[in-house]
Design a binder for this molecule. Structure first.
Ligand code: NAD
Ligand code: WQD
Length: 349
């Protein structure tokens, strides 16, 4: 049991709610700040149902400096996990200001409040989208960055801001310097094994797995497979899918690392969170059919703008420095997606 309080921005969302479960089970006190713009408070009731423990919830926007300052004063967190953000790539192309305001300005406000409260341990939700397309399909943290849409650029800008904050403390040789882990997620899918929490997309899903699940349950008539002429083993796009529970366990490991030797003098370090292997769209459909016994109705459609052929993580640094690697396999990811979908055909509604 430890008495540390972790403040979780965006804790009511898909990944944040799973993180709250792991944090509570690891003995942390949990304070969630979420404006519920893309989530429902029911997710947090379910977190408490799963764990048998309670958490504290504030419905607030991270851009509201006064509200955030009051929350920090009241709750005295030692660490922040920062999930809050908008994440729809297409929407970010249509409304870039909204994305920069919410994600980048929101993080500026958060880090200002953290600085004032002298809370300088941060785990940040970054994304594999910060990398520029590379000749190598397996991405290592030192690969060139170069996101290709406003959402991805908002993540890259935040990474820059956080690196600069940390560097400034190094120059000043501050007594309590920033300790920051930038976690670059590959493709999180799946749900908690209980089937009580999972991904609840608004409207028609953008991402492959929730789309497949909604076709399987009959909510959507047909999946469009975006391109079968990529230079991959079967022509469809290859991605590194990672079970959301494995992903959030990486955050607990990151909190431990921030308190350890590697970060003793402060610093800001990036880690890939992925499995280190990729599956194609057709392989994902096939796995879904095998596990669920359902046939997925699909058609081959043109490529989606902005998609790349193939990418997967080199997760070696996370293994070495965070002592983290994935434990779940593709069947677990599919079975847990389906368990959540069948138990909650309308999400949290
Ligand atoms: P999500 O939309 O389910 O969760 C984000 C949460 O943040 C929501 O509950 C939303 O209401 C909240 N939020 C947004 N803006 C806020 C603000 N200004 N103030 C307070 N709360 C705010 O998304 P998710 O899939 O759980 O993603 C969590 C984080 O991980 C995001 O930052 C996302 O960019 C990042 N990420 C997600 C993926 C993915 O595929 N899901 C991949 C890489 C990175
Ligand atoms: C996976 C594969 C598609 C939908 C996105 C964001 C990224 C990150 C994770 C946050 C691709 C194909 C998809 C469909 C399909 N989010 N596909 N039909 O594009 O790797 O990453 O989510 O940081 O920023 O870009 O994930 O699930 O959308 O696509 O054929 O209806 O499935 O072409 O090959 P992606 P995805």
């Amino acid at each position: 049991m430890n008495n540390q309080t972790v403040l979780v921005t965006g804790g009511a969302g898909y990944i944040g709610s799973h993180a709250c479960v792991e944090l509570l089970q690891a003995g942390f006190k949990v304070v969630v700040v979420d404006n519920l713009t893309n989530s429902k408070p029911e997710s947090l009731s379910r977190v408490q149902q799963i764990t048998g423990k309670s958490l504290t919830f504030y419905q607030a926007d991270i851009r509201d400096k006064q509200a955030l300052t009051e929350i920090f004063a009241k709750e005295s967190p030692s660490t922040v996990i920062h999930f809050a953000g908008l994440k729809a790539v297409g929407e970010s192309c249509e409304q870039p200001q909204l994305y920069y305001h919410n994600n980048v300005y929101g993080t500026l406000v958060l880090t200002e409040v953290m600085t004032n409260a002298n809370v300088k341990q941060l785990v940040f939700s970054s994304s594999a989208t910060v990398y520029s397309e590379s000749a190598s399909k397996q991405y290592t943290e030192n690969f060139p960055l170069g996101a290709c849409n406003p959402y991805g650029r908002s993540k890259a800008m935040i990474e820059d801001i956080l690196r600069d904050l940390s560097a400034a403390d190094q120059i000043k040789q501050t007594e309590s310097p920033w300790k920051i882990a930038l976690l670059r997620y590959f493709n999180p899918i799946g749900a908690h094994q209980s089937g009580l929490i999972g991904e609840d997309p608004n409207g028609i899903p953008n991402n492959l797995m929730p789309y497949v699940a909604q076709v399987a349950i009959g909510k959507l008539p047909q999946l469009s497979v975006f391109g079968d002429d990529y230079p991959t083993r079967d022509g469809t796009g290859v991605r590194d899918y990672i079970h959301v529970v494995d992903l959030v366990k990486g955050h607990i490991k990151a909190i431990a690392a921030l308190a350890g030797e590697k970060f003793e003098a402060g610093g800001c370090r990036a880690y890939n969170l992925g499995a280190g292997r990729g599956y194609s769209v057709l392989e994902m459909i096939n796995a879904f059919e095998q596990v669920t016994g359902k046939t997925i109705n699909y058609k081959i459609s043109p490529r989606r703008t902005g998609d790349i052929a193939e990418c997967f993580a080199n997760p070696g640094l996370a293994l070495k420095e965070l002592n983290w690697k994935v434990e779940k396999n593709l069947d677990d990811m599919v079975a847990d997606t389906w368990n959540w979908q069948t138990k909650n055909p309308h999400g949290y509604a």
